[in-house]
Ligand binder design. Sequence first.
Ligand SMILES: *Cc1c(COP(=O)(O)O)cnc(C)c1O
Length: 465
Amino acid sequence: MNDHLQKDLSEIDQLLELVKAQGLDYLQHLDQRPTSSQSAISDHLSISNGGIGAESALALFNERFEKLIVGSSGPRYWGYVTGGTTPAAIMGDWLTSIYDQNPQILAGEGDISGAIEAETIELMLELFGLPPDYIGGFVTGATMSNFTCLAVARQWIGSLAGKDFAKEGITKIIPVLSATPHSSAVKTLALLGMGSQNIIQVKTHEDGTESISINDLKEKISLLEGAPFILLSSGGTVNRVDYDDFTAIKELRKEYDFWWHIDAAFGGFAAVSDQHQHLLQDWESADSITVDCHKWLNVPYESAVFFIKATHKMHQVESFQNSNAPYLGDPLAQFNYLNLLPENSRRLKALPAWFTLMAYGKQGYADIVNGCVDLARYFGQQLEASDQFELLAPIRLNNIVFSLRDQGQDTALFLSRLNQTHQVFMTPTVYLGRQGIRASFVNWRTTRADVDLVMGVMMGVGETF
Ligand SMILES: *Cc1c(COP(=O)(O)O)cnc(C)c1O
């Protein structure tokens, strides 16, 4: 064995203690970490021939990078939709690395990590109040979950015309209807050969929200003259967190043949709260659903789930099977994750989710979701009460879109100065043609004191305008 490896093996106890102490230091000072960094890595590092050993690697990491790591998992990082990590999720994540399993089959020869993943999927379905008739799995993010779901949708469309698109390639344009698709879903259409520009744009709702207009949807469907299609619907749009009318969509299924996909990356978590679950009424009729775990579940990146109705298992296997590798088994005969999702080998991504679900339960997540919505409203009230800011849209759930009240002032410049205080981080948006700022509350750590602190910082930045 290599000398460094030998030494590290004998000192693994101290090495892990070093990492634990460093990790604790980060977590205990997370709210003081800058929320962004202007620094770039300018010098070039080469791999050494002999290596330096793990302890020196840690020292080198600390010298080069540690001070530049931002507090994106902390309480005042409100950009994009960025969750943190619960203590239990960190435990599960550490153990994922230590056990280093590769979840595949559920039972029989092999290991039980596939069964842990399947159990976690059942727990997630219960958390969301969804029926158990979905096959689910863990992928890296909502983008890959959308990809997985739409791949099966693509295969289903082909099957109706007697085609196997996975084998033969796509031979015709597949109609995909959507009003406010997330950019990542559009990207997956590019990856799936369906063409990102082939989306048939449906109007948004007549009431001014970002949800789909059912009237216009019906009109666009009638233009298809009976051809089956994919409906890409929204379970929480990124600006206003608007939901498509799932009850109306469910009704449409009686008349039309379509694959119904819901992108509920973060909005799906409304289902865990008694106060908000009505937003997802009837979503359990969808063929496929995307939910991100590294957002509102507050587990580390990379974690998301897909749920696809088990009645489509055949199309799912056809899409993802390893058909020319006999040693991987008969794809239809056994449940094997490597025939049900894009990756073959994977880490046990389910474990952080399993730990956090067990640790905090349904009520724990209802509290996180309700707490974030309360914070969003609290922040919204402060903005409305000030004479500098105004909300651009009413607050539906956990996201806020606002702007400087004085339209002569440069909101983008304000945001850039605000982010440069490193005390808070928000992202720019454009809403109804106006420059806006977006803040999203999904982190379990955020408190009213954080909102108060940010309001103070915003007033300070505003004064320099
Ligand atoms: C965040 C998000 C995505 C993309 O998720 P990743 O985890 O970044 O891949 C897709 N859809 C919606 C609605 C989202 O909010």
